[in-house]
Every structure is written in structure tokens, then in C-alpha cells.
Design a protein around this ligand. Sequence first.
Ligand SMILES: [Zn+2]
Length: 458
Amino acid sequence: MPGLNPPTGPDRGVTYWCEMAWLPPGEVVECVSVRVEGTRIAAVQPEVPPPPGATRLAGLTLPGLANAHSHAFHRALRGHTQAERGTFWTWREQMYAVAAGLDPDRYLALARATFAEMSLAGVTCVGEFHYLHHGPGGVRYDDPNAMGHALIEAARQAGLRIALLDTCYLTGAIGYPLAGTQLRFGDGDAHRWADRVETLGRSLREAHDVVVGAAIHSVRAVPPEQMCVVAEFANRHATPLHAHVSEQRAENHDCVQAYSATPVQLLHEHGALGPRSTAVHATHLSEVDVALLGGSTTHVCMCPTTERDLADGIGPARALLDGGSPITLGSDSHAVIDLFEEARAVELDERLATRKRGHFRAAELLDAATAAGHASLGFPDAGLLVPGAWADLVSVRLDSVRTAGTTKGAAAETVVFAATAGDVHSVVSGGRRVVEEGRHVLGDVGALLRDAVAEVRG
Ligand SMILES: [Zn+2]
């Protein structure tokens, strides 16, 4: 299958010329030349004519988008879960049924197709919150990191960098052991989790396109005395530490009952907050929670399309940013994969909640989708069109039916509030051109998704 060959190595010495580009400190500039050498940007020159031999990029060129929270296999649920009524908890049963059908080969195929969909949407780095570690019944594969390696290989073939956020998942609920499909998530205790992740990290020490990070699934799945071990691991390796936090009110209730503390307080007390940490969702927070997250400059990853799909609620995004927490974005369950939709939903949800407009500027939302997201995944040198940064260039059409009629002065607002993933026509990721004229190097990504989902769902 020639379309499935991995892309070749980075182009060396290529110059792109952008009709418009999004440059620091957050403005649209016309006629921008970007010189790429290897995987990095070598030079950026605004307001210059096209250099001879340069590749022209139409529309508005952004830095690469970072999808800071993903569970790749949830892509197999899309559409199939929309007929049900119910709650997050009834949806979770369907999610477990899909997880039960995965092995390393099927996961590679499904994740490759899902990551290729992300790439077509302009994503150049994914934070994969990975907890499906073991075989049925919790039996380890010959390589206990076989599933993690499948995800890393999938990202490479699809042309993305990956932060593999290897997730500690030990209990089914507070005080309850793992059961059924959950047995595949568990390592027994946090020390055994850490030993496995150490091995994975050692095998990838030379890989610049992969960050092996840590994750605490949630206060439901990791008891406090085990949290310390995961936090200590992340500190020792200076690597990202992510956790699902207060997605559901029931989680807060159970946590307060058991520990007389909210999930944020519990994470704070056990060393899990800080500038390398990310609280995912952070939907149902107290003022104290907001202050603890902001005071520790913990990132907050909002996943609005999932949060609305699962009827979770609306998190206090503006208060969190004002308090000191950088906002990032994730497509999480992949009900849709469109970072522009996630970005505008942060503002539009806040409008519905407050009945006022204008909480976030387009520049702030683009920062969440780019530089802040990459930083939260352990790639602080990505997400900006500046010399020395990863060479990620995402070009968005400004002549589609959704975006036509804009001007330089309104281009950023047009992209954030009206463009879709389908308006991305070109993606350069780590110096590689992985999307050209809306076509991915892997070929027909729709067919890849169809086949991979059918294989998993049976
Ligand atoms: Zn999640």
C-alpha cells in the first residue's frame, strides 16, 4: 500500500512565502518569507516580495496547532454515541466497549488515521493521554509498552510530534478496584507504573519528536499516596504532568467525602500542580481551586466540544487565565477534531454563561491553540513563527465560503470565529510538508479512518 509509507525526512533549506502570517506579539503581517532548514525555522522576514524559488502559501499562515488532550481510540465512537440519552457515565460504558477491541496493531491503524485527521486540521503536536496499556484482563504484552510504541509510531507516520502522557490508572473509583475493561489500564501501583514508563523513556532518549510525559488519570483512579509517586517522577524527569480534574460534579462530591478536599486541593497537597502541569477540563471549580491553579501557573486544558457533547458543563476559562493559568485546547474524545471550533467555543460558551460578549480576544485564543499548547506538552520551542522554533506552518484559506470577504485587519478573527479544519490547505510539521492542497501524505485519510474504525468496532 504505497499510500501508507511514512513520509520521508525533513526537507532541507526550503523557503516559504506567506500572503499573510501570524507573527509575535500577535498580529497579522503581509508578505512574510519563512526560511526552513531541517526541522527548524532559520529566518522570518516580514513585508518582502516572494524570494526566487519560494513556495507560496495562500491565506493566513499560523504556527502549528497543539492538540493538548487526546484519547486517539475515542475516534471510533464518533456518531455512534449520539443516538443515546444518558450522561458521561453511560457514554463511558460505550467507550470501554471500544477499548476492549484494541490490540497494538489495531491501535496503530486507528491512531495513525486519527492523527492524520488531526494533521489535516493543522495539528502538529498531540498530547496523547494514554491509559490503555495492557492486554485483556490486564495481562502485559511481551513489551509492556507495546501500546505506547504503537501510538508513537502512529504519530510519526501521520507527521505529528507527540507528547505521550503515560497515565497512571489504579482504581475504578475511590475505594474500588479496577474491574472489567479497566483491568487493561492498571499497573498495580505507581512504582510499577513508574518502572514501565522509565523503560519507555530510556528507549526514546534520542528522539527529539517525542516527549514521554506523565499523567494522573483522575482522583477517581489514583489514590493520594500514589499521586506523590507520579508527581515525583514528573519532577525528576522535568516532564509534563497532566490530570483530568473536576470534569463531573460527582467526582468532586466523592473526593470531598473521602478526603475532605476538592480534586484541585488534593493535587496541590500531593505536589502535582506547577508550571509543567496541566489540569484537563477544570469545569467545576471553587474560587480556592482557581487560585491554586493560577498561583502555581498550572495550565488548564479546555475541551469544549467534548464537554458539551458529554453534558459536563462550562469551566471558568476567563477567571483561570486572569488568575495565572495559561489556557490550552484539546479535542479529547474527538466528537469533532477542529481546533478552531475548540478555540471559539471557549469564548462563545463564556458568552452563554454570562450573557455578555467579548471575554477573549482572537489573539488569546490563537495563543491557546499554539504556543501555550505546545509548552504544556514539553515543546516550549514550538508554536511561534520565529527563528529557532520548530518549523510548523499551518496555512488557512481566506477565500473559502466561510472565510471570503475578510481583510488583513479581520483575518485572525475570521479564522478563529468562522474557519473550520476544512479550511487548512497546507501543513508543514517539523520541516516536513505533510499536507498540500488539502491532501495528506498518507493519501485518503477518510478511507483509513473507515477501515480502522470498522476493524475495531467489528
Ligand atoms: Zn480526557
